[in-house]
Design a protein around this ligand. Structure first.
Ligand SMILES: Nc1ncnc2c1ncn2[C@@H]1O[C@H](COP(=O)(O)OP(=O)(O)O)[C@@H](O)[C@H]1O
Ligand SMILES: [Mg+2]
Length: 240
């Protein structure tokens, strides 16, 4: 379980991006984090794998505090797919990027290569494995970033705006893929239809606070709640 308690975060320019966040993320569940641009979603999820260290409050993952001392333990458990795939891919080829994380965690090269091949084949990227990530399309980069994270075998997968660069077919492919992954998932998205299809719980954020949390489809059908927080009903519920 991820337990977030009274988490607050202020950027150096004085922007208070998180203002007392308290939530629990259930093991085995799939939690969506929704909110308008600037609500604090990315700032929040960047705390889940120790990328950001809490300034106030705490984040614990399976009882391990994400403070500096145990950051490596937390990073082993939580895989974070960044909002911008370019922040994730920095090696000279797609394959090297997928091998980097496992090597860093001390996994054997053989084992890492076998799992990289499976993932890249599964994601339709095997033929592109020797390409520099910069030469991939945005959608291909998105799947490559996901492969690089899954290669580390995380028990918790965190994705920040995973559908932003995907065409409809790849978006559906991602929905299928995410739904068949048996790990705990946390997904940030303003694509509320994607959240509808992949999440069982939802937290609504506004101005650095959680304003509602509960069963995904109940919250995502609550037009008043969504509109008060700068969101719109999922497309599938519009015009009904
Ligand atoms: N590096 C930064 N420096 C200063 N302010 C930032 C920085 N990154 C984000 N912010 C601000 O923090 C708030 C939350 O941003 P963010 O977490 O990116 O929101 P979201 O992901 O929900 O769109 C916004 O007001 C944004 O302008
Ligand atoms: Mg964001």
């Amino acid at each position: 379980m991820i337990a977030i308690r009274q988490l607050a975060f202020t950027y150096p320019d004085g922007t208070r991006a998180l203002d007392g966040i308290t939530i629990d993320v259930r093991t085995g569940g799939s939690t969506g984090i929704v909110g308008a641009n600037g609500a604090g979603k990315s700032t929040l999820v960047n705390h889940l794998n120790g990328w950001f260290v809490p300034q106030e409050g705490s984040v614990t993952v399976d009882g391990i505090d994400s403070g500096r001392k145990q950051i490596e333990e937390v990073r082993k458990r939580v895989g974070l797919v960044f909002q911008n795939a370019d922040d994730q891919l920095f090696m000279s080829s797609v394959l090297e990027d997928v091998l980097f994380g496992p090597a860093n965690l001390g996994m054997g090269r053989r084992e890492a290569e076998a799992s990289a091949e499976l993932l890249l084949r599964d994601f339709g990227l095997w033929e592109l494995r020797d390409k520099p990530p910069a030469h991939l399309s945005q959608g291909q980069k998105r799947f490559a970033a996901l492969a690089a994270v899954l290669a580390m075998n995380p028990s918790i997968l965190v994705m920040d705006e995973p559908t932003s660069d995907l065409d409809p077919r790849n978006r559906r492919k991602l929905i299928r893929l995410v739904n068949r992954l048996g790990v705990t998932k946390v997904t940030v998205s303003h694509d509320l239809d994607f959240i509808w299809d992949t999440c069982d719980e939802v937290c609504v954020m506004n101005q650095g606070k959680i304003v509602a949390a509960g069963p995904a489809r109940a919250l995502l059908s609550d037009q008043g709640l969504l509109e008060r927080n700068g969101l719109e009903l999922p497309l599938r519920l519009q015009g009904e």
